[in-house]
Design a protein around this ligand. Structure first.
Ligand code: CS2
Length: 494
């Protein structure tokens, strides 16, 4: 292993094939505080922002924060906050070193430092990738959950909040007190109408903290919605080792992504934004149609392949897609149930989109683990499957593959796979979900009833559909009797 790590000094040792920042990083000032510096942010919004800096902008550097662990800060700080983005495809890979991140703060270590950063006058945008559960909402209703432990903590501790929402509300309160303008809140998480959701939960918390603050926020914040898309698997040690062979230096903060990237942004900002439109993002008046298509087709299909593929013993999405029955499942789901429920904007070619998705899921270079996508199902399923399901129930369309997916998820959260091995289920509601499974034992009828009555995920309407209940019970029974792959193969032969 090389002893050198990627940083300002070693940048010049990199091979010519690697793109490095061509602008002077010392001229850049901060315009954005980003909450949640995971791999996705580094491969998506930071990559767009980097290209804007390359085109001459200097006032949109990023100060990022981790709301939980110091890992990313500890990786980036010794590297002068430089990291590589590796675009991987079946055709090969391209490496670019990104320089737009200026600092990483670790909120639990020093909440005040993050509040200070968010209170700086030059901050015009606070963007977020905090995953679905970071919104502290009830996934079925979209309302802020005031019983959430982080929200209770934040209401009691205005100087040391824990949740992204707490940081936002108390930073805005300080800005108001100091006579500073507010900022735009830019949600970049996979949730429908993510800006509206963020607005709803932030205003709910602010009203509880101080109604006058909420009043002030009406004129001093904007919450545009966005559709974000790029497949970014978690980086592994094998990825870092291979990259070291290319760079000649170690990069502990590297991120891997597919070449494809898309960002559709509602054009509603308080104090400007980087010219992301000049580097491939699209600004529109209304993002909703794009969001629904992406969530219901890409993410809906992804989750379906993740649960079913994991149970059948496949490690990555590309492995799942290499099995003809799963490839057929994906094709049929996209073409029928998922597409039935969306209305594509005039310029949008839905068939081409589906073709691209199948190709993207088959990218063997990415090694995107089914287990990773299967995480947090209780927070993802409402927007990925249940909107589609409600649409199909109302219109009398097919629900066959959606109920197959639901049955797979239920088997998954029972925490035992088709071969009898334990599954490490990572989900904030894992305990409740497992206890539903345990209390129903082998009775698939009761299992379907108990799940459809689980309001945090299914709301209170779906339990009344007899059609849904029968279809789900039938799939649960055939998964139990045959296992996922044979059950699917039998269905496809019908
Ligand atoms: C995936 C997404 O992990 C998941 O749940 O479905 O992260 C997916 O890769 C992205 O939304 C693609 O844009």
């Amino acid at each position: 292993m090389s002893e050198k790590i990627l940083n300002k000094k070693t940048l010049e040792l990199l091979p010519d094939t690697v793109t490095v920042p061509a602008y002077d990083r010392s001229e850049v000032t901060t315009g954005i505080v980003h909450l949640g510096i995971g791999a996705f942010h580094r491969a998506h919004q930071a990559w767009y922002t980097e290209q804007v800096l390359e085109r001459g902008a200097r006032d949109w550097g990023i100060v990022a924060a981790s709301l939980r662990s110091p890992t990313v800060r500890d990786q980036l700080a010794p590297q002068d906050h430089l990291y590589s983005l590796v675009e991987k495809s079946n055709a090969g890979e391209e490496v670019r070193v990104i320089g737009c991140v200026r600092e990483v703060l670790v909120a639990p270590e020093n909440p005040r430092a993050l509040l200070d950063a968010m209170t700086a006058e030059e901050i015009r945008i606070v963007s977020l990738t905090i995953t679905e559960k970071g919104y502290c909402h009830d996934p079925a209703s979209g309302e802020l959950n005031f019983d959430h432990p982080d929200i209770r903590h934040d209401l009691a501790n205005p100087h040391s909040p824990r949740s992204a929402l707490g940081f936002i509300v108390y930073a805005l309160q300080r800005r108001k007190e100091r006579g500073l303008p507010g900022f735009t809140l830019l949600s970049c998480d996979n949730l429908p109408a993510n800006g509206k959701l963020l607005e709803r939960v932030v205003f709910a918390l602010a009203s509880r903290v101080d109604p006058q603050l909420a009043e002030w926020m009406h004129g001093n914040t904007r919450c545009p919605s966005t559709m974000i898309d790029r497949i970014v698997p978690a980086t592994t040690d094998a990825d870092r080792d291979r990259l070291e062979g290319i760079l000649g230096v170690r990069d502990n903060a590297a991120v891997m992504a597919e070449p494809f990237s898309q960002w559709v942004i509602q054009d509603s900002f308080l104090r400007g934004h980087p010219d992301w439109g000049s580097v491939g993002a699209t600004f529109v008046e209304d993002v909703e149609a794009y969001e629904l298509i992406k969530l219901r087709l890409l993410n809906g299909c992804h989750s379906m392949l993740a649960y079913s593929g994991y149970l059948a013993g496949f490690e990555t999405i590309a492995d799942v897609m290499a099995e003809p029955a799963f490839a057929a499942l994906a094709r049929q789901f996209l073409a029928n149930e998922a597409s039935d429920s969306v209305a594509a904007p005039a310029e949008f070619d839905l068939e081409e989109y589906q073709r691209q998705l199948l190709e993207r899921f088959s990218n063997r270079a990415l090694r995107h683990r089914t287990w990773q996508i299967a995480m947090d199902g209780s927070q993802k399923i409402p927007q990925r499957w249940l909107g589609t399901l409600r649409h199909q129930l109302q219109s009398g369309g097919s629900i066959d593959l959606l109920t197959f997916a639901l049955a797979c998820w239920i088997r998954y959260v029972s925490a035992v796979d088709d071969a009898g091995n334990a599954i490490e289920v990572s989900d904030p509601l894992a305990r409740q979900l497992k206890s539903i499974c345990d209390s129903c034992g082998d009775n698939t009828y009761e299992l379907a009833t108990a799940f459809l009555q689980f309001a945090p995920v299914f709301g209170d309407d779906l339990q009344h559909s007899q059609r849904l209940h029968s279809a789900l019970t039938a799939w649960l029974a055939s998964l139990k009797e045959q296992g996922v792959l044979p059950a699917l193969q039998t269905r496809l032969e019908e």
